[in-house]
Design a protein around this ligand. Structure first.
Ligand code: AMP
Length: 177
């Protein structure tokens, strides 16, 4: 029922940002008060008993629900950003994108070894961004890492979750094939 509501409100934009891509525009879920509530409620139910102490949001669509969920869980929120955006000393991870390399950063004091970390992004496609975030968070040696998404794309043979480290538990609210 809730998933139906989310699917009904999710905008699909064909050929964005380039031809052949079916872009899932989560801004239509973020702007709708009840959809926003559903996403936070459902993720909260999944993670409420996991002892999460930090939620890491992946720039930028992962910040929206990530920060709200952190507040709900009584956890802190950490931004995982593109290079050069964070003003403090950082740890970084580089990863391969379709064309060339990319890099992400987290402030060097943001995560402690005692933390239990949930990394959140809006959508799982190839898994490249999340795996980079997992590698980066692992540099901090936290107690446990979870990965939580709103959407998992299974179209065109995508199996992003198979590319993620096996010791990371992965949860998604919507699977789209
Ligand atoms: P990936 O690293 O391939 O798993 O891609 C995930 C990241 O790219 C997420 O931050 C998404 O916001 C974005 N993304 C990739 N593919 C799509 C898509 N079809 N629709 C919307 N966002 C996408």
């Amino acid at each position: 029922m809730n998933n139906k509501k989310l699917l009904e409100n999710l905008r699909n934009v064909p050929d964005f940002p380039k031809k052949g891509i079916q872009f899932k525009d989560v801004s239509t879920l973020y702007k709708d008060a009840s959809c926003l509530q559903i996403m936070i409620d459902e993720l909260y139910e999944i993670y409420r008993d996991k002892g999460i102490t930090k939620v890491v949001g992946i720039e930028s669509r992962g910040f929206v629900v990530g920060a709200a969920l952190a507040a709900r869980l009584g956890a802190g929120f950490v931004m995982c950003r593109k290079p050069g955006k964070l003003p403090w000393k950082t740890r970084r991870a580089t990863y391969q994108k379709e064309y060339g390399e990319d890099c992400i950063e987290i402030s060097e004091e943001a995560i402690e070894p005692t933390d239990r970390v949930l990394i959140h992004d809006d959508l799982l496609a190839t898994g490249g961004s999340m795996q980079a975030a997992i590698s980066l968070v692992k540099q901090f040696s936290p107690e446990k890492i979870y990965a939580g998404f709103i959407i998992e794309l299974l179209i065109e043979g995508l199996h992003g979750r198979d590319c993620l480290d096996k010791d990371v538990e992965v949860e998604t609210l919507l699977r789209i094939d």
